[in-house]
Design a protein around this ligand. Structure first.
Ligand code: FES
Ligand code: FE2
Length: 389
């Protein structure tokens, strides 16, 4: 069994320098990084604590007083919608004796009350009251001695709530700047979430991310997509900051082109720059999010690590406000999402094979394809950089 000490050795010494070798000689992360529970646990402690990670959708908690308990990298977290329309994040624990504070969604609630001794907190995390605090029937109704829920850094970008657990990541604006720049020219404000689908991948979360970044496999794994996606326009990933980007120029937004998944029949994003009419843009947002932006649709993807060899892939589908809930377009929206079901099923099969391959001792990180695999090496380098910082 791989121990934590073994894992630390994997990341020690020349782990980083190895990624800087010419790609013909470079090797990706070793098998343990994809198969061992110790490595998975270390990622939770280091990688997911030190970076900005996705926690929830703002549109899922639209009103003041809405509270959502979520799990982020194994930590119970509470998201709250405050009176000043702000979204806050807190550790989901009562500062008194450490009971988990919230276990169910609350809608339009004035307070959060602990089930143990009824200490009560406002949406901004401040303590408001402590019944029988001084002695029986002698209450603290002011809660003014600076007790509050433990805050977590939290930022909302478009509909997406990101948190930073250790509080030490770079400012969010800096982190997301390359992604925002890549999607410049696609006004995302009018986009509304229409559907959420979940797929289970029997592989490590990193393999699912790498597969998302792999445009090489289309001709083998996605025969239907291959027929409609011109080969000449397929490129390998572009590195920007810790993230990876791609773009695809298709011939038409109509049926029969890559535009199918862009939302055939749905309205174009108002304010779309004309040069983007036939362009789709992709970003793998470090570490475990992906965003696809098409002229008529957006998909937000989360690769949620469940176990060393299991990943829950969430896909939220966005269309232009009005199209997203128009009952006349329900069948069309459904078909568009179903097309992704088919594609994701094909990807799940091959990701399972990638996971199985990592049980072979002989595999040592790969003999990589210089044109296509630079993105994977970049991704691995970012991971090790954050985990060894
Ligand atoms: S543990 Fe929450 S009020 Fe005591
Ligand atoms: Fe794929």
């Amino acid at each position: 069994m791989t121990t934590l000490t073994d894992i630390r050795q994997v990341l020690a010494g020349d782990a980083l320098a190895k990624f800087d070798l010419p790609i013909e000689e470079a090797r990706g992360l070793p098998n343990d990084a994809f198969t061992s529970q110790a490595y998975f646990d270390l990622e939770r402690k280091t990688l997911f604590a030190r970076t900005w990670v996705f926690a929830g959708l703002a549109s899922d908690m639209p009103d003041p007083g809405d509270v959502r308990p979520v799990d982020v990298a194994g930590r119970p977290i509470i998201l709250t919608h405050g009176r000043a329309e702000e979204i806050n994040a807190f550790h989901n624990v009562c500062p008194h004796r450490g009971a988990r504070l919230v276990v169910e969604n609350l809608d339009g609630s004035a307070m959060m009350t602990c089930p143990y001794h009824a200490w009560t907190y406002a949406m901004d995390g401040k303590l408001k009251a402590r019944p029988h605090f001084h002695k029986p029937d002698c209450h603290d109704n002011r809660g003014d001695d600076n007790v509050s829920l433990f805050p977590v850094r939290c930022e909302v970008w478009h509909d997406w709530i990101f948190i930073n657990l250790d509080g030490k990541a770079e400012p969010f604006d800096e982190h997301i700047a390359p992604v925002a720049a890549w999607f410049d020219g696609y006004p995302l404000e009018p986009m509304r979430c229409a559907e959420h689908r979940v797929y289970t991948f029997e592989c490590n979360w990193k393999l699912a991310v790498e597969n998302y970044c792999d445009f090489y496999h289309v001709f083998m794994v996605h025969p239907a997509l291959h027929r409609t996606m011109t080969k000449e326009a397929r490129k390998s990933m572009i590195t920007m900051g810790r993230h990876l980007m791609n773009e695809y120029w298709f011939e038409a937004t109509g049926r029969g082109g890559e535009g199918d998944k862009s939302g055939y029949g749905m309205q174009t994003i108002p304010g779309l720059k004309p040069e983007n009419t036939n362009r789709s843009c992709y970003s793998a947002v470090f570490p475990n999010v992906a965003i696809n932006v098409y002229p008529t649709a957006v998909q937000f993807v989360l690769f949620e690590p469940v176990a060393a060899d299991r990943t829950r892939m969430h896909m939220w589908f966005y269309f232009v406000d009005g199209d997203h809930d128009n009952p006349d377009l329900a069948d069309l929206r459904n078909n568009l999402c179903d097309e992704w079901d088919a594609l994701n099923l094909e990807d799940e099969g091959i990701c399972r094979r990638l996971q199985e391959g990592r049980l072979c001792d002989a595999y040592d990180g790969g003999r990589l394809a210089p044109y296509w695999d630079k993105g994977t090496i970049h991704f691995h380098k970012q991971l090790v950089e954050v985990m060894t910082a």
